[in-house]
Each structure stands twice: as C-alpha cells, then as structure tokens.
Design a protein around this ligand. Structure first.
Ligand code: NDP
Length: 282
C-alpha cells in the first residue's frame, strides 16, 4: 500500500523556510519582498486562488497587493498596469492570474511582465532559460512537484519519468525539470498510448484535467505517483487525474487530491518571490 505524500505539511515547511528568509532579509537589508497579484474580472475560481496566495503572502511576511481591474479592461490598459508594477521598486514579484477574459491576449500580457519579476516563470525568456538549463524562476507547480519528490527521497537520476499532459504551465516545464535532474523522460499527451507508456514509469506525474484517467492497473509496482489534476465531480467532490484507490495498491508513494500538489504551488510562488527579492537586493 502506498504511503501518502502530505503536500499540506510539506508546503507548510516551505512557507516556514520562506518566512525565515524574509526575516533574515529584513534584518540584513531592511526590506521585505513585495508580491503584486493582478486579478481581472470575476472568475470565481480565480478569486479562491488569489485569496490563497494573499493568505500565504501574509503568513510569510510579504507585502502584497491585489489589483483588480474590471473584466472589460482593454489590452493596452492592462499592459500599462503591468508596466507600472514593473517600475515599482516595492514590487519584486508580479503574478497575473489566469485565465484572462477572452478579449485579452494572455501571451502578450505575460510577456509584458519584467522577466526578473515573473514569479510564475511563464515569461518566454524564463521558459527559454529552463529549456537551456540556465538559472531563472521556474513555474511553481512543477517546482512544487520536484520538492515533493525530494521530500520522499526520490532522486530522479537514472529513473524513467513519465509526464502526462504537455501544457506550458505544468507538463512541459515538468518534463524539463525532470530531465535536468537526469531522469529519462517521456512526455505524453492526448495522442499518446497511455496504456503502453504509463506502466514504464518509475516516476509518474499527471496533469491532464480528466477525472481518474490513469488506471490503477497501469501503475508500475513501487512507482512514485504525483497527481496534479484537480477535477470537480458532479457531487462536488474534488478528484485527481489518477484512480487513487487502485493506484495506491501499487505505488510506493502517491499524492492525495486535495492536499497533494495544490498547496505546493502557492508555497513555491512564495519561494520564487523571496528569490526575486534576494536577486534584486533592494
Ligand atoms: P491543459 O488543459 O492546459 O493541458 C492538458 C493536457 O492534457 C494537454 O497537453 C492535453 O493533451 C492532455 N490531455 C488531455 N486529454 C488527454 C488524454 N485523454 N490523454 C492524455 N493526455 C490528455 O491543463 P493544465 O496543464 O493547465 O492542467 C492540468 C490539470 O492540472 C487540471 O486538472 C488543472 O486543474 C490541474 N492544475 C493543478 C494545479 C495545482 O496547483 N494543483 C496547477 C495547474 C493545473 P494535448 O496537448 O494533446 O491536447
């Protein structure tokens, strides 16, 4: 039977580390990190995510601001708002909460964020740095997954890692981070033969958005299974992309949903913001 990976407890540990870093920065340099979150319009899920981020920012001792323009803001006005934050020396990290309303060009907005303040790691320059193996902020969810693996003593070097889902925010950066740590990586998507690929995985990371897509019988005995998926069922229950009960019978370690990857994403955002403040030095 698999051991549960307690993402809530590990995220609390990361936040405590960040808090210690903030205290040290304040006593040595006299400032604390500042995080600005831009939430456009009234997407209900975005409101919940942003509240979680504000709460975590307060807990670790950041200054934080929520900017909340109306859903009908123009592209030019939103770019201007982002540029204003780029220029503000109190702001070390900028996060534009996705999704944006349909009339806005999200790629152009993300590219307007100063790369050194891009604590989501979504700016093309930072995505490119990851590709090239150069330093820079990394996307929070895949970074959180790497920390979960480290916490359970799973060194990716030499292991076969299968990532299911190739989004720019989870799957692709996840595959690159695992490659950087010397795993042999297969990146799967909607045209892949999952029944063939998944059973090869020593490390399986799934970020698809289809409830219980990954069947328990596909899991290699002893595999470490990380389920990024968050799907709301008709009965209101939150489930992952992996059939949890049957997968637990074969995996060595598995993340629950909720309480696995979710809390790590916010904790790593705090880490990235502290790092941005340390790099800026002011
Ligand atoms: P996207 O919708 O951007 O990407 C989904 C990926 O899954 C695509 O690459 C798609 O393939 C692939 N896919 C879809 N159907 C299948 C299938 N049947 N078999 C194999 N692959 C398939 O999703 P995100 O990466 O943004 O999010 C994925 C999940 O993770 C969602 O449930 C989301 O809520 C959750 N999430 C959780 C976070 C957290 O903090 N816990 C953070 C971010 C996301 P193709 O490219 O071929 O279309």
């Amino acid at each position: 039977m698999a051991q549960l990976i307690d993402g809530s407890a590990i995220a609390a540990k990361v936040r405590a580390e960040v808090r210690a870093g903030v205290d040290a920065l304040q006593s040595s340099k006299g400032f604390v990190p500042g995080l600005a979150v831009v939430r456009v319009g009234e997407d209900p899920a975005s409101r919940i995510y942003v509240n979680g981020k504000k709460k975590a920012a307060a807990e670790v001792g950041f200054q934080s601001w929520e900017l909340h323009p109306d859903a009908d803001i123009t592209q030019d006005a939103l770019v201007a708002l982002v540029r204003q934050l780029n220029e503000d020396p109190r702001v070390h990290g900028i996060l534009v909460q996705l999704p944006l309303p349909k009339h806005l060009d999200a790629d152009a907005i993300l590219a307007a964020v100063a790369p050194e303040k891009d604590v989501d790691g979504f700016h093309p320059l930072n995505a490119g740095s990851l590709m090239l193996g150069r330093p820079g902020p990394r996307a929070c969810t895949p970074l959180g997954v790497m920390r979960l693996l480290a916490e359970v003593g799973c060194d990716p070097a030499g292991k076969k890692a299968v990532v299911v889902g190739r989004s720019n925010i989870v799957g692709k950066p996840q595959a690159l981070l695992l490659l950087q740590r010397d795993a042999t990586v297969t990146l799967c998507h909607s045209k892949s033969d999952l029944a063939r690929e998944v059973p090869l995985a020593d490390i399986l990371v799934v970020a698809v958005g289809v409830p219980e897509l990954i069947r328990g019988e596909w899991i290699k005995p002893g595999a470490v299974v990380i389920d990024v998926g968050m799907n709301r069922r008709a009965d209101g229950k939150l489930v992952g992309d992996v059939a949890f009960a049957s997968a637990s019978e074969r995996a060595s370690f598995i993340t629950p949903v909720p309480g696995g990857v979710g809390p790590m994403t916010i904790a790593m955002l705090m880490r990235n913001t502290l790092d941005a403040a340390l790099r800026s030095g002011k």
